[in-house]
Design a protein around this ligand. Structure first.
Ligand code: ADP
Ligand code: MG
Ligand code: MG
Length: 494
């Protein structure tokens, strides 16, 4: 059940690896335990070793479960954070000032955000389908520093914990597959006579229900949900499965698919700002395009985006929510005092902050100079991130040095991040185009979906909505299933 057009690694990681049944979140911890010193057959009796193994395993599994639970629990904090910050125009303007000056794409999006702010929002209701991604960091929060400065936001020594890679606020792909692949793994477990230990994943239902709720709130039964798509989309089936799920749950809703170019050619807004495309009123515009400069080849597509944002259809996401997913905003959110400003209580702040690894500004000025200098002394410990989505855009190792030196005046288009040191697991990769299996060292990345509906400052719905696990081999620094560098996968809880 995957698009025949998707390339290389897009098959799946099967559950039966070279470390059978030690999988993903769990395997990270089991491997760590196995490395504890002094626990060897020479120093303990066989019975003692077996006893320790049983005890240690349960301890590890309980902690693995804890990480999964922690990732789920912090999602509603992130949903709220994204929304609250997006509502604060002055804060966002200041936060993105340097990036807007250095990165034309962010600048265009910001212009639209500004216009909506100035002209007044024709639609106060918004829908967010977000996903916060994590790796399990094994550094214990003790990332090497080039000096004793307090730059960055590492927590003091923290045991193995989930660290946020990024938060996605637009066009998250893979929700359909993230439900299908666990079904496949459950089936394989069943074939092996094993108990089902793959947690349920409601992501597809939750995304469909979020879109349906937004459609209901719009309040016109003849209006449609419009998927805003790329004209040459290869990931069509993931989107189609979501469309079919909407139909299964409410077959009174018509879903259409239109590109930004189509919307430019066939869209018009009424005096009351209602948007019609090909004569159909749009209740909800759900963006599966619009997140990369390639989606705006001409001014027509930018014009269509502005039309959408100024209209009274409900956007998923609004341009404001989209901007909250920039890497720059991720870095700014980790600055001292920012979480305290936007989140309601200390518990919420602590839950969010604990997932942050070091994030560093490269803005022109002494702090940026210092961060760049530190990075150049230890490029292997850093990731250089531009304001782009979709995988394959980050810069690593010696390329960081080249990029920073070549763009020293323009460096604020990037941010720096500590390179997370994930536990590496053994597993088997099965590729679509090959009948052979490849034992490989792999790294899992856990994504937690969040659903958020609001009317201005009023929160109408804020929930965690399932998961997506992607596993990549250590060959690739950057993941991304649709970039051909990772596979959909499942968590295995015991
Ligand atoms: P995108 O929006 O393009 O998905 P990400 O920030 O998720 O950008 O980066 C893409 C991939 O790069 C991630 O899926 C992960 O594999 C890798 N990556 C990103 N940030 C880090 C980091 N700080 N440490 C280690 N790997 C990272
Ligand atoms: Mg992303
Ligand atoms: Mg990503």
């Amino acid at each position: 059940m995957y698009s025949p057009k998707i390339k290389p690694l897009t098959a799946f990681c099967i559950l039966v690896g070279t470390q059978p049944r030690r999988h993903l979140l769990i395997s990270s911890l089991v491997t760590t335990m196995a490395r504890l010193p002094h626990v060897s057959e020479h120093e303990f009796s066989q019975d003692e070793v077996r006893y320790l193994e049983r005890e240690g395993r349960d301890y590890c599994l309980a902690h693995g479960m804890k990480l999964f639970t922690a990732a789920r629990e912090v999602q509603t904090d992130f949903n709220l954070l994204v929304h609250k910050v997006s509502q604060d125009f002055e804060f966002t303007k200041k936060a993105l000032l340097s990036t807007v000056a250095a990165d034309p794409f962010t600048s265009r999006l910001f212009d639209i955000y500004k216009k909506v702010w100035e002209q007044g929002n024709a639609q106060s209701i918004s829908l967010g389908i977000f996903r916060s991604d994590y790796m399990i960091d094994t550094s214990g929060g003790l990332h090497e520093k080039c000096c004793s400065c307090s730059a960055g936001n590492n927590n003091a020594a923290d045991p193995i914990y989930i660290k946020q890679v990024e938060i996605n606020t637009i066009a998250l792909g893979g929700i359909s597959f993230s439900c299908l692949v666990p079904n496949m793994h459950r089936y394989l477990l069943h074939l092996m006579g094993q108990e089902n230990k793959v947690p349920p994943n409601p992501a597809l239902d939750e995304a469909a229900d979020g879109l349906i709720k937004a459609w209901e709130l719009y309040g016109s039964t003849s209006a449609v949900i419009m998927f805003v798509v790329q004209p040459d989309e290869v990931n069509v089936y993931d989107q189609r499965l979501l469309q079919y799920r909407i139909d299964e749950r409410n077959n009174g809703i018509k879903v259409t698919r239109r590109s930004l170019t189509d919307i430019f050619n066939d869209g018009k807004t009424n005096d009351d700002k209602s948007l019609f495309v090909n004569g159909l009123e749009v209740a909800v515009a759900y963006f599966r395009a619009g997140y990369t400069p390639k989606d705006y080849p001409t001014e027509k597509e930018w014009s269509a985006r502005l039309t959408l944002e100024l209209s009274r259809c409900i956007k998923c996401p609004t341009v404001a929510h989209q901007l909250m997913g920039t890497k720059k905003m991720q870095q700014v959110l980790s600055d001292p005092g920012v979480l305290e400003r936007f989140l309601p209580d200390k518990e919420s702040v602590d839950r969010v902050r604990r997932t942050f690894t070091g994030l560093y500004t490269l803005d022109l000025g002494s702090e940026g100079d210092h961060n760049m200098e530190c990075c150049l002394k230890m490029v292997e410990k850093c990731v250089l991130k531009p304001q782009r989505e979709g995988g394959g855009n980050n810069i690593y190792g010696e390329d960081i040095r080249r990029t920073l030196l070549d763009n020293s005046q323009n460096r604020s288009q990037y941010i720096l991040m500590d390179r997370i040191q994930p536990e590496i697991n053994k597993n088997v990769i099965v590729r679509q185009e090959s009948t052979s299996m490849h034992p490989a060292d792999v790294i899992p990345e856990l994504g937690i979906v969040g659903i958020f509906v609001s009317r201005g400052n009023e929160v109408l719905l804020n929930k965690e909505g399932g998961y997506l696990v992607r596993t990549k081999t250590t060959e690739h620094a950057d993941g991304g299933v649709f970039a051909g560098r990772a596979a959909f996968d499942s968590p295995y809880m015991v």
